[in-house]
Design a protein around this ligand. Sequence first.
Ligand SMILES: Nc1ncnc2c1ncn2[C@@H]1O[C@H](COP(=O)(O)OP(=O)(O)OP(=O)(O)O)[C@@H](O)[C@H]1O
Ligand SMILES: [Mg+2]
Length: 333
Amino acid sequence: MTMPADALVSIRDLTVQFRTDRGWVSAIEDISLDINAGECLGVVGESGSGKSVTALSILRLHARGTARAARGSIMLDGRDLLRAPERDLRRVRGGDIAMVFQDPMSSLNPVLTIADQISESLRLHQGLSRAEGRSRAIELLDLVRIADAPRRADEYPHRLSGGMRQRVMIAIAIACRPRLLIADEPTTALDVTIQAQILELLRDLRAELGMAVMMISHDLGVIAEFAHRVVVMYAGRIVEQAPVGTLFSAPRHPYTEGLMTSLRGRDIPGQRLGSIPGRVPDPDESIPGCRFGPRCAHVEAVCRAAVPALVSISENHDVRCTPRSQALAPACL
Ligand SMILES: Nc1ncnc2c1ncn2[C@@H]1O[C@H](COP(=O)(O)OP(=O)(O)OP(=O)(O)O)[C@@H](O)[C@H]1O
Ligand SMILES: [Mg+2]
């Protein structure tokens, strides 16, 4: 696969392993994906499918000594982030690529004012004074639509609601105008109405600032509203990727179909996916062939023979399902 001209970040054949009692175990395997400049890439899959491991690997945020990239590359501006020196990574983190997580409270420092936390990276990366930092922080609070920004700037995190804290986290993330914002389940911990507001904010900011967003969610409804392109992950691998319209109108992987059925079948917004019988296997579980096989209603003998390859079945639409991709792939001449 060559790197498209507009790819901002290009991940190739990424395999990340964790140290366990039984040696190194692969949590994600052979992940190849591009995040294009300005686009929103949705990453969806049940708990344990490897979404966060993939995202954390981009910024090398795994706890030191616990994880290793056994294979692959993550290219940004012609550099492989997996092999870049730590001091280069520090410039990338918060500078070119920023991240927001699920739990805004644990990421905020309780003893620093909102303004100090927002301006920290600006003072570090851009050498702003404390006063300049405070006025930039107020601008950023306005940008994330926090009312009465000058007063809020001088408050401490415990004074803010969950939704406002997540807005502050987003303000911190966009302070240095990143080209890519990775949002890992940014609304999962919030009430449903607040979830919708935060998603709307992220959508507007993406358009206003022209940044790419990698939106990670277990919720296909969130992905449907937000993403241009979708990557579906299962048990550490990409099983399908397609533009959002294609994925929803013509899903090809039985796992994606299962996610769709559970989306249509649910009556409580934000509910965890749950209608596919069975569970995601642990990374060290040995399963012959397709790792979705034991849960798949369409499983055949060929599925157990070998791990299916990710096959392109039409432009920008890839599927990892041997029977289906054989039936759908364009014939080679
Ligand atoms: N630090 C770690 N040490 C060992 N195994 C890990 C570690 N972090 C993640 N894993 C394993 O890697 C697999 C993928 O985990 P990951 O956190 O990426 O899933 P996820 O798709 O983000 O799920 P969720 O929706 O619950 O956030 C899981 O089986 C998990 O147990
Ligand atoms: Mg996760």
